[in-house]
Design a binder for this molecule. Structure first.
Ligand code: ASP
Ligand code: MG
Length: 410
């Protein structure tokens, strides 16, 4: 058996739902892998479920019981990946390659027991490398794991990206390829801003902000893991051979643009409370009740003057009903509550902001020139986010994209 001294020819390649969305597409992926192998690569593959499949499973569970989130839910959702990896295995075998399709429990992707949100604890990398050493092509089911009592877990929607980076980290690969239906990460969602352009390189901090501020292109935890283990991510198109976007560690002396991207989150709501009892005790109590009910809060503002204390926070529209129930059940008529729906969050992101002043000024100037008001604002050293009316989202995003020099020139 030929021992692998260096893992440099081993490449983890993850294929998203649209890349394996039909039998024809699976054949195309197999063809591409076949060519890579001819060139001397030794791939480890990860696949998502065929596009639309996980949503279909979710909606069936929903029809039976919309509130159910126990272990059968994860078992159901994980089934989509079993189909795609086995079809891909058949397509590779047809081309004379040896494939090893693996579910998480077969490989040993061990996770904690947090259903629908599990975290990977460890991966049996010896087994993976052993297969590669035996000239096999492992095809690992993305998105799933197994907990210490042998129950199937899932990593959260979009979690196959995280599986891929975790596999790359476990074998100390230095990069991981994520194949998808877009050619690159864009400066904004091209469906909202037609002048958005491709970004050749981004660093981990920027990509993490983008993922958490509404860009759907990569799973947040996959970027977090990549940053932790210094795995370079190459996001690229399944249907083209050219390079896409590299996500890399930040280079200190690199000239970064002030703003690298504009992201948005269209389904946002704001809850305003006034007056609320003075002091932080009430606020702590409220947020603990919301978090016990799994309501994720985003931007929070608080202010106090002689009229009393005000509190406002934003949250995804999907959490609004539960949040209203929590307020009603625990505080009844005690609070003045106003609920604002049809809001959107708009954000600008860039590590270059660290070295420039006046970014917040330019952000607000653009909004005010366009007559756009904001409900809530938050900033960090590499981002500015604001909640605006959904009706103003397109105008806000387009004007910010232009202001920060991101428009494509052709
Ligand atoms: N199939 C899962 C989902 O749709 C995981 C993934 O695609 O990454 O969320
Ligand atoms: Mg995805």
């Amino acid at each position: 058996m030929e021992e692998i001294k260096t893992h440099s020819r081993i490449v983890v390649k993850k294929f998203g739902g649209t890349s394996v969305g039909s039998v024809e597409r699976i054949e195309k992926v197999a063809e591409r892998i076949y060519q890579d192998v001819q060139k001397g690569q030794r791939p480890i593959l990860v696949a998502s479920a065929m596009s639309g499949e996980t949503n279909r499973l979710v909606s069936m569970a929903h029809q039976v019981d919309p509130r159910y989130r126990g272990e059968a839910y994860d078992m159901l959702l994980a089934s989509g990946e079993q189909v795609s990896i086995s079809l891909l295995a058949i397509a590779l075998e047809k081309r004379g390659l040896k494939a090893a399709p693996l579910l998480a429990y077969q490989l040993g992707i061990n996770t904690d027991s947090l259903h629908s949100q599990a975290r990977i604890l460890n991966i049996n990398s010896e087994k993976l490398l052993g297969l590669v050493n035996n000239q096999m092509i492992p095809i690992v089911a993305g998105f799933q794991g197994v907990d210490s009592s042998n129950k199937i877990t899932t990593l959260g929607r979009g979690g196959s990206d995280t599986t891929a980076v975790a596999l790359a980290a476990s074998i100390q690969a230095d990069s991981c390829e994520i194949y998808t239906d877009v050619p690159a990460v864009f400066t904004a969602d091209p469906r909202l801003i037609p002048k958005a352009k491709e970004i050749p390189t981004l660093n981990y901090d920027e990509m993490m902000e983008m993922a958490s501020l509404g860009s759907k292109v990569l799973h947040f935890r996959c970027v977090e893991l990549a940053a932790k283990y210094k795995i370079k991510i190459h996001l690229r198109s399944t249907f083209e051979t050219r390079e896409g976007t590299w996500i890399l560690p930040e280079e200190k002396n690199m000239e970064n643009p002030v703003v690298s991207a504009v992201t948005h989150e269209p389904l946002t709501a704001v809850i305003k409370l006034f007056p609320v009892p003075k002091g932080t005790k009430f606020i702590a109590d409220l947020f603990s009740k919301l978090s016990e009910n799994n309501v994720v809060i985003d931007i929070i503002t608080q202010s106090y003057n002689e009229e009393g204390q005000r509190l406002a926070f934003s949250l995804p529209m999907s959490e609004l009903e539960v949040a209203k129930d929590v307020l009603e059940k625990n505080y009844g008529g005690e609070l003045g509550v106003s609920v604002l729906q049809d809001k959107a969050k708009i954000s600008i992101i860039g590590v270059g902001m660290r070295n420039y002043s006046g970014v917040a000024y330019r952000f607000f100037k653009v909004l005010s020139d366009n007559g756009i008001d904001v409900e809530l604002v938050t900033t960090s050293d590499i981002k500015v986010s604001a909640i605006v009316d959904k009706a103003h989202l397109q105008l806000a995003a387009t004007s910010l994209h232009t202001e920060f020099g991101l428009d494509a020139t052709n």
